[in-house]
Ligand binder design. Structure first.
Ligand SMILES: *[C@@H]1O[C@H](CO)[C@@H](O)[C@H](O)[C@H]1NC(C)=O
Ligand SMILES: *[C@@H]1O[C@H](CO)[C@@H](O)[C@H](O)[C@H]1NC(C)=O
Ligand SMILES: *[C@@H]1O[C@H](CO)[C@@H](O)[C@H](O)[C@H]1NC(C)=O
Ligand SMILES: *[C@@H]1O[C@H](CO)[C@@H](O)[C@H](O)[C@H]1NC(C)=O
Ligand SMILES: *[C@@H]1O[C@H](CO)[C@@H](O)[C@H](O)[C@H]1NC(C)=O
Ligand SMILES: *[C@@H]1O[C@H](CO)[C@@H](O)[C@H](O)[C@H]1NC(C)=O
Length: 477
C-alpha cells in the first residue's frame, strides 16, 4: 500500500495541473486510512471518482486489506477480473454485474493423500477421527465421514467470491473440528412451534411511512445500555438468550435508561421447563408466556454459566410478591415481567416497532455458511443445496443501508448469541425486506411490564401504546 501512495504523489507531480487526479489521490489516501473494517461496503470507483482507459495504479481503492482498481488494465490485463473494484463494471462501464455463479464444491474431502502413518495411530482431520491401517505395506487412513461445521471448500469458495456476495467468511477456531450436527444442535436451540402459533395474526402498526428513517441503531441511542451479545457456548439456548436480551432492552427503553440492568438468561433456561428442553432447545412462545407469569431476576442475581442446572429461584405466581432470593447468596431481586407476546409483520412494521419500543426477537433458518459469516450483509443464498438446516432465535436491534456494486442494499442489524468473537463484534447484518432466511416471518416481542415500577416509568409510553388489529384498536398497556 505504501508503494501505491508513492505512485500517487509521483502522479501528482507529473500531472500537477490535473486537479481531478489530485482530488482522487487525496480521497484515496483518506479511504486507505479507514482500515478494512467496512471494505465490502459501499462505493470504490465511485468514491475515488476515477475510471481510466490506460494503466493507472493511482485509480484504485482499498479492499479487504489490499487494493482494487478502476482502470481498464484491471479488466483486460491483470489476471482474471478479480483486481477490479466491485463497482468497476457498474460505475466505469455502466454494465450491471451478473449474479455470482453457483458454487462448485468438492462433495467429499479426500483423506488418502497423506497416509504416512504407523499402524493403529489415530489422527483428527477437522471433525473426523481417522485410524491408520497398514495392509501390504501401504498405510491407509480410515476416517469417519461426519459433515464438519467449518467446511474448507465452502470457506474457500465464499472467500473467493466474497465481493460478489457482499459478505465475507472466516474459519473460527471455536468451530474448527466440530461436526455440523453439533453446530445445529448446540449453537442454535429454537424449536419449531406448531403451525397454529406461527400463524398468530400480526399486529398492524399504525404509522406514517415518512416517520421511518433509512437507518436506526438502538446501540447508538442507548449506548452501553443495549447489552452485548452473550455467548451461549455449546448449549442450544438461543431461545432463552434472545428472549431475555430483548426484554432487557425494552426495560431500558421504556424507563429511559433507569432500569438498565441485564436480566438473567440462566433463570429462563433453568426454570422454564414446561415443554422446553433447556440446552437442547426451546419454544419462543412458551418462553414469553413463562416470563409473563413468573418474571425474571437480574443477571447479577442469577448469572449465565452456559449450562442448565436445576432451577434455583422459587417460582412466584403471586403478583404481589415480586421479591425472591438469589441463588447461593443472601441477596434478593425483584422479578420483572412482560405483557402479552405479540407478533409484528412487514418490513415497515418491524422498523416501527424497534424505533418505538426496542429490539424484537426473530426466528431464522440457519444453514452451514452462516456459521462462517465474518462481516458484510449476509444473504441466505442457497450455497449448498440439500444441506441440513436448523432454527435459531436472534435479536434485531436496528437497520441501515449501504451501496454495493452501485445499488442501495438495505439490511437489519442483528445480535447473535455466539459471543463477541463471532461476526461483527457478535452482531451480523442481513438483507432487509426480502425475508432472508425467513427472518421476517416470525418476529415477536412484548411490552416490559413496568406497572410495578410506576415511579420510574415514562408515563407517556402508555398513551402511545395502542395498535390496530384487523381494523380494531387494541391497547397494549
Ligand atoms: C492490455 O490489454 C490490451 C488489450 O488486450 C492490449 O492492447 C495492451 O497492450 C495490454 N497492455 C499491457 C500493458 O499489457
Ligand atoms: C514416512 O515416515 C518415515 C518414518 O516415520 C520416514 O522415514 C519417511 O521419511 C516418511 N516419509 C514421508 C514421505 O514423509
Ligand atoms: C479460489 O481461488 C483460487 C485462486 O484464485 C483457486 O485456485 C481455487 O480453485 C478457487 N476455489 C474455489 C472453490 O472456487
Ligand atoms: C482453521 O483454523 C484451525 C485452527 O484454529 C486450523 O487448525 C485449521 O487448519 C484452519 N483451517 C482452514 C481450512 O483454514
Ligand atoms: C445507561 O444507563 C446508565 C445507568 O445505568 C445511565 O447513567 C446512562 O446515561 C445510560 N446511557 C445512555 C446512553 O442512555
Ligand atoms: C378481519 O376483518 C375482516 C373484515 O372485517 C374479516 O372478514 C376477517 O375475518 C377478519 N380476520 C380476522 C383474522 O379476524
Amino acid at each position: 500500500m505504501k508503494v501505491r501512495h508513492q505512485n500517487c504523489s509521483q502522479l501528482q507531480t507529473v500531472v500537477a495541473a490535473a486537479a481531478i487526479v489530485t482530488l482522487a489521490c487525496i480521497l484515496k489516501t483518506v479511504a486507505a486510512d479507514e482500515g478494512v473494517a467496512d471494505d465490502l461496503a459501499g462505493d470504490y470507483c465511485a468514491k475515488v471518482g476515477c475510471c481510466t482507459e490506460r494503466r493507472d495504479e493511482g485509480c484504485s481503492a482499498p479492499i479487504l486489506g489490499t487494493m482494487c482498481y478502476c482502470d481498464d488494465f484491471c479488466y483486460f490485463n491483470r489476471t482474471g477480473s478479480n483486481d477490479c473494484c466491485p463497482d468497476f463494471m457498474s460505475f466505469c462501464k455502466g454494465v450491471e454485474s451478473p449474479p455470482p455463479e453457483p458454487l462448485q464444491l468438492n462433495p467429499k474431502p479426500k483423506y488418502t493423500d497423506k497416509p504416512n502413518c504407523s499402524h493403529g495411530e489415530v489422527v483428527n482431520i477437522n471433525c473426523n477421527e481417522c485410524r491408520c491401517r497398514k495392509t501390504n505395506e501401504n498405510p491407509t487412513l480410515i476416517c469417519n465421514h461426519n459433515e464438519c461445521l467449518i467446511d474448507p471448500s465452502l470457506l474457500e469458495a465464499i472467500k473467493n467470491q466474497s465481493r460478489q456476495f457482499g459478505w465475507s467468511a472466516k474459519n473460527y477456531s471455536e468451530f474448527w473440528g466440530k461436526t455440523y450436527d453439533d453446530g445445529l444442535k448446540w449453537r442454535l436451540g429454537t424449536l419449531q412451534s406448531p403451525e397454529k402459533i406461527l400463524q398468530i395474526i400480526p399486529l398492524k402498526a399504525v404509522f406514517h411511512r415518512e416517520y421511518l428513517k433509512s437507518s436506526f441503531d438502538l446501540r447508538k441511542v442507548f449506548g452501553d445500555n443495549i447489552t452485548n451479545p452473550i455467548d451461549q457456548g455449546w448449549c442450544g439456548a438461543s431461545w432463552a438468550i434472545s428472549t431475555v436480551q430483548v426484554i432487557t432492552d425494552r426495560f431500558v427503553i421504556m424507563t429511559k435508561g433507569l432500569m438498565g440492568d441485564a436480566l438473567s438468561s440462566k433463570h429462563l433456561l433453568s426454570c422454564n421447563l414446561d415443554l422446553q428442553r433447556g440446552c437442547q432447545g426451546g419454544h419462543l412462545t412458551s418462553a414469553w408466556n413463562w416470563i409473563r407469569k413468573f418474571g425474571l431476576v437480574t443477571e447479577e442475581c442469577y448469572p449465565w454459566d452456559g449450562r442448565t442446572t436445576g432451577c434455583e429461584v422459587s417460582n412466584q405466581r403471586n403478583s404481589n410478591n415480586l421479591i425472591v432470593s438469589c441463588p447461593r447468596s443472601a441477596k434478593t431481586a425483584q422479578l420483572r415481567r412482560v405483557g402479552l407476546m405479540y407478533r409484528v409483520a412487514t418490513k415497515e412494521g418491524i422498523m416501527y416497532e424497534i424505533m418505538n419500543w426496542g429490539s424484537v426477537q426473530a426466528m431464522m433458518k440457519v444453514s452451514k455458511e452462516f456459521f462462517m459469516y465474518e462481516s458484510g450483509v449476509y444473504k441466505c443464498s442457497k450455497l449448498v443445496s440439500g444441506s441440513k438446516t436448523g432454527y435459531h432465535a436472534v435479536r434485531i436491534v436496528g437497520w441501515g443501508e449501504e451501496q454495493q456494486n452501485g445499488k442501495t442494499v438495505e439490511y437489519w442489524i442483528v445480535s447473535n448469541s455466539w459471543g463477541l468473537w463471532w461476526g461483527e463484534n457478535g452482531y451480523f447484518r442481513i438483507l432487509k425486506g426480502t425475508n432472508e432466511c425467513q427472518i421476517e416471518e416470525f418476529v415477536v416481542a412484548a411490552m416490559a411490564d413496568i406497572g410495578n415500577f410506576c415511579n420510574v416509568a415514562d408515563r407517556s409510553f402508555r398513551e402511545k401504546a395502542s395498535y390496530t388489529l384487523n381494523g380494531t384498536k387494541i391497547d397494549i398497556s
